[in-house]
Write a protein that binds this ligand. Structure first.
Ligand SMILES: Cc1cc2nc3c(=O)[nH]c(=O)nc-3n(C[C@H](O)[C@H](O)[C@H](O)COP(=O)(O)OP(=O)(O)OC[C@H]3O[C@@H](n4cnc5c(N)ncnc54)[C@H](O)[C@@H]3O)c2cc1C
Length: 303
């Protein structure tokens, strides 16, 4: 199969890229599983032009229909291989389908690192969260914990004090700078050093507390987990796409969402924080337009 633009990822970044690329009359194919998007299980209340709380899954399914209306074709298959073959890119899916394209958009999202303890999966969305910006508002007047030792966890704990009645940062050894330490102190975040979480406790489908390795328990209404994230970098590495970030786990792009490789674009969480729909959509729009222009010019757009 040959196409103009291939989008790897069917989350908000991929879907928005598809809407813009397909509207430019380029043959546009989207690969990936909607159910694996971070948005799938989200309840969203901070995306513009919406009343109340919207369900992520419905947003994704509506977005897919919208992109299909403009001609984008969706495949519920993951891409496993990608090669640069002169002016085109050759890709293979997990089912062995071979496709080629003039341009590619990486919109693979990220996988958040987990504590990997009992109760974490069970209470996900019921008191366990990986995103302060998304969920802080659900903890107004409640008692919450933040697990993590880096600056993202510390900043998240400070932000939570604007909502929760009590915030405790549970960390191993903090590597954060003096300024952030001062902010933690000024905002009244309680600090719990060296307590190893072994279980998240709950009842009636709600988090009620945390259990530590020394068998003590800590009552809380919710726990935010901020242990960093992994991007799906294997595919990017196959093409020599330049990465950035503390652990080189995000794709580096310019303002046109171009990577260092001509014809390859990236959008959404895979390009780094903030991990928010609004950013994924904005970057998807830019990537979709520019990838389509590149494909229409037969790969001749000058960088
Ligand atoms: C519980 C939760 C609640 C959230 N709430 C909010 C909120 O209220 N507001 C907000 O703005 N943001 C929220 N977010 C964040 C938001 O969901 C993400 O920022 C957004 O989904 C990022 O979009 P994306 O398209 O970059 O990545 P994703 O939505 O994660 O999509 C990535 C896509 O790539 C696909 N993929 C991965 N590997 C491959 C491969 N090899 N081949 C093909 N496809 C592949 C996946 O299947 C998926 O379709 C929340 C996230 C979570 C987890």
């Amino acid at each position: 199969m040959e196409t103009d633009v291939i989008i790897i990822g069917s989350g908000p970044a991929g879907i928005q890229s598809a809407i813009h690329a397909a509207r430019k009359k380029t043959k546009t194919a989207v690969f990936g599983k909607i159910a694996h998007s971070s948005l799938e299980s989200a309840h969203v209340e901070n995306y513009c032009c919406m009343q109340g709380v919207s369900r992520g899954r419905e947003m994704l399914l509506d977005g897919k229909k919208q992109a299909e209306r403009f001609g984008a074709v969706f495949f519920e298959e993951d891409i496993t291989k990608v090669r640069n073959n002169g002016d085109i890119f050759d890709l293979n899916t997990e089912n062995g389908t071979a496709i080629s394209a003039k341009s590619i958009i990486f919109a693979l999202g990220i996988k958040r690192n987990t504590l990997n303890v009992k109760g974490e999966k069970e209470y996900y969305g019921k008191g366990v969260s990986y995103c302060v910006e998304c969920d802080a508002n659900f903890y107004r007047g409640k008692k919450v914990a933040m697990a993590g030792s880096g600056s993202a966890a510390a900043s998240g704990a400070v932000l939570l004090t604007a909502y929760a009645s009590e915030v405790t940062l549970i960390y191993d050894k903090t590597g954060v700078n003096e300024k952030l330490l001062q902010q933690l102190a000024d905002s009244g975040v309680k600090m719990l050093e060296g307590a190893k979480i072994v279980e998240i406790l709950g009842s009636n489908s709600k988090v009620t507390g945390i259990k530590f390795a020394d068998s003590t328990e800590y009552p809380t209404d919710g726990i935010f987990i901020e242990l960093g994230a992994k991007g799906a970098m294997e595919l990017a590495a196959q093409l020599g796409v330049e990465l950035e970030g503390e652990k080189f786990d995000y794709i580096k792009t310019d303002k046109k969402q171009r990577t260092n490789i001509a014809g390859i674009y990236a959008a959404g969480d895979i390009c780094g924080a903030p991990f928010q729909i609004a950013k994924a959509i904005g970057e998807g729009c830019v990537a979709g337009i520019n990838a389509a222009e590149y494909a229409k010019a037969g790969g001749a757009v000058k960088r």
